[in-house]
Design a protein around this ligand. Structure first.
Ligand SMILES: NC(=O)c1ccc[n+]([C@@H]2O[C@H](COP(=O)([O-])OP(=O)(O)OC[C@H]3O[C@@H](n4cnc5c(N)ncnc54)[C@H](OP(=O)(O)O)[C@@H]3O)[C@@H](O)[C@H]2O)c1
Length: 331
């Protein structure tokens, strides 16, 4: 199956990476179609040395598509996914629109690959801040059930797409020249600043981004009893999200045990030597597919607590790589 594939939102920050992933991972296909809005339709892009014309995302394009990876905003996914499903096209959706629907599996291949079976035409890929956290939680949770997580994020501007990246670069350039910049993706200047709000006010004083981390984590592990307390913060970093994570487990896990568990887990790399200044950062995790962990230590405030630092490329594992891995599971 999936001989005829498409990328919806092929021109966006994530869509560009999906193109790169399909190319690098030699994803099998017979034909490939690139879809975007009226703004991009008719323009050309290169893929595997060939020139392709971007097509408008409209219902009939799915008449002859087996599998589409969708990297569009939520409202666009809400509209186009039914067009695809009605025509028998399987959708791997990166938007937030379908993630919490009961009939839609929410999949991270290193954590819950079996959830993909029994899908009804749509498989969702989680929010970027959730994905790296659940990959890191998985080996710990398998060793001893995680009861509670306290997570603070330091999220890059590429998490807000092409507009977010432009805001960081142009906002910083203009700030240095003491000129104003009309921010498109952020409600406050991101140059030389941090913004403790991602998304809108959602629930009990938490933002929509924070509640995604709560609800998606519980859905992926199939366990509503896992308590998650997130604070999501936008920082002036171009790419890669960082997270300070504290987990409380039923049985204690020492730092040494945690390092062994992380080292044995798929998709995780340990960078942990405080004396030598070795730990993951956006600068050494960028453009890589793994989830990187370091600063692994006992939480000295909590008997069964473990603290660590986690960095991952939000456009790759947080989005494009995870979606392409799901597509690989399908084929
Ligand atoms: N950025 C991340 O780190 C990340 C991580 C996980 C999930 N996601 C999710 O992935 C999705 C894409 O994010 P992004 O960061 O790539 O955003 P983006 O850079 O703004 O790209 C949006 C894409 O959607 C297309 N699009 C917008 N409106 C459209 C319309 N009316 N009809 C057809 N296509 C339309 C755009 O095409 P044009 O170029 O023609 O406008 C573009 O290709 C979002 O749902 C986001 O929440 C993002």
């Amino acid at each position: 199956m999936a001989k005829k594939i498409a990328i919806a939102g092929a021109t966006g920050a994530v869509g560009r990476l999906v193109r790169q992933m399909l190319e690098q991972r030699n994803f099998p296909y017979e034909t490939i179609t690139f879809l975007a809005s009226q703004r991009s339709a008719g323009k050309t892009i290169q893929f595997k040395g060939e020139t392709h014309t971007i097509q408008l995302l409209e219902p009939n394009v799915f008449d002859d598509i087996d599998l589409v990876i969708g990297s569009t905003p939520d409202d666009v996914a809400e509209t186009f996914v039914p067009w695809a499903v009605e025509r028998g096209t399987i959708v791997v959706d990166e938007s937030g629109y379908h993630r919490m629907l009961d009939h839609v599996p929410l999949v991270v291949p290193e954590v819950n690959p079996d959830a993909i079976t029994g899908h009804q035409g749509i498989i969702a890929s989680p929010n970027c801040s959730t994905t790296q956290m659940v990959v890191a939680m998985k080996p710990l949770h398998d060793f001893s059930k995680i009861k509670r997580v306290v997570v603070s994020t330091y999220q890059s501007t590429s998490g807000a797409g092409v507009a977010g990246q432009a805001d960081l670069i142009e906002g910083t350039r203009n700030a240095l020249e003491e000129k104003p910049w009309d921010y498109q993706a952020f409600a406050h200047p991101i140059a030389f600043n941090v913004i403790p709000q991602i998304g809108s006010a959602k629930h009990l004083g938490y933002t929509s981004e924070e509640m995604k981390m709560v609800w998606e984590t519980q859905k992926i592990f199939g366990d509503d009893s896992i308590q998650v307390c997130p604070t999501c913060v936008r920082v002036p970093v171009s790419n890669c999200h960082s997270e300070s994570i504290l987990v409380e487990t039923e049985e204690p896990i020492s730092a040494e045990q945690a390092i062994q568990l992380f080292e044995a887990a798929p998709g995780i790399q340990v960078m942990d030597n405080l004396e030598q200044g070795v730990y993951p950062m956006p600068s050494n995790s960028d453009d890589r597919d793994d989830v990187f962990v370091g600063r692994i230590r006992k939480d000295i405030s909590c008997e069964n607590g473990l603290a660590f630092w986690c960095v991952s490329d939000n456009l790759r594992k947080g989005a494009a790589t995870n979606a392409v891995q799901i597509a690989e599971l399908l084929v």
